[in-house]
Design a protein around this ligand. Structure first.
Ligand code: HEC
Length: 187
C-alpha cells in the first residue's frame, strides 16, 4: 500500500514537470501576441486592398487562395505553427483539435458568465508550448461573416457558398467570439 502511494506521488510529480514558470508564461504570451497581431495585420492589409479593388466578390476568392499560404509563410518566419480555428468553420482545413474545441467552449462559457477572456499559455504532454487567444468579430468583418441579407449580401453569400459549400461562418454580430488563434511553438 505504501509503495503504491509512493508510485502515485511520483506519477503526479512527473506530470507536473510540464508546467511553465510565470516568467516563461509571460514570454510565450508576449510572443504569441506579437505573432497573432502580425498575422492579423498581414491578412487584413491584403483583405482591405482586395475589398477596395472589388468588394467581397474579389476579396473572398483572394482569401480562399491566399489566407492559408500567407499563414504558412508567417509560421515559417516565426518558427511556429499559426492556426485560426473556430466552432463555426468556413474552411474545413481550419478544423479545431480536441483541445482547441475545449478552449473555444470555455471562452463561450466565460463570455456567458460576463467574465474576461484572456490568452492561454499551456504545455502539452510532448512538452510543446501553446498560445491560444480569442478572435472577436469587428464591424469590418460583417460583410463576410455577418447576417445574410443584412450585412452579407445574397450575392456575397452565394460566392462564399460556391467556394465553401459547408460554410458555417455567417450570422455573427459585432463583438461575438469568431474563433481563436492557436500558435504552437517549436522546440
Ligand atoms: C472579404 C470577406 C472577409 C472578410 C471581410 C473577413 N473574412 Fe474571415 N474569412 C473569409 C474567408 C473567405 C475565409 C476562409 C479562408 C480560408 O480559406 O482559409 C475566412 C476565414 C476566417 C477565419 C478562419 C476560420 C474559418 O472559419 O475557416 C477566421 C477566424 C476569420 N475569418 C475571422 C475574421 C475576422 C475576425 C474578420 C474581421 C477582422 C474577418 N474574418 C473578415 C472572408 C472574410
Amino acid at each position: 500500500m505504501k509503495n503504491l502511494l509512493m508510485i502515485l506521488v511520483f506519477m503526479a510529480m512527473a506530470s507536473c514537470g510540464n508546467s511553465l514558470t510565470d516568467k516563461e508564461k509571460q514570454e510565450y504570451a508576449a510572443k504569441g501576441n506579437e505573432i497573432s497581431q502580425a498575422t492579423f495585420k498581414a491578412l487584413s492589409e491584403k483583405l482591405t486592398e482586395q475589398m477596395k479593388l472589388g468588394g467581397p466578390a474579389q476579396a473572398i476568392p483572394f482569401c480562399n487562395v491566399e489566407a492559408m499560404p500567407l499563414t504558412k509563410q508567417l509560421s515559417d518566419q516565426y518558427n511556429v505553427t499559426i492556426k485560426r480555428t473556430s466552432d463555426k468553420l468556413r474552411n474545413q482545413e481550419n478544423k479545431p483539435s480536441k483541445r482547441e474545441q475545449e478552449i473555444i467552449n470555455n471562452y463561450h462559457k466565460l463570455i456567458s458568465e460576463k467574465k474576461d477572456i484572456t490568452p492561454i499559455i499551456e504545455v502539452d504532454n510532448n512538452n510543446n508550448k501553446h498560445y491560444y487567444a480569442p478572435i472577436i468579430l469587428k464591424a469590418n468583418c460583417l460583410a463576410c461573416h455577418g447576417k445574410v441579407d443584412e450585412f452579407v449580401s445574397v450575392k456575397t453569400d452565394s460566392i462564399i457558398k460556391s467556394l465553401y459549400p459547408n460554410d458555417k461562418a455567417v450570422g455573427y454580430n459585432e463583438g461575438d467570439l469568431r474563433g481563436i488563434w492557436s500558435i504552437e511553438f517549436k522546440k
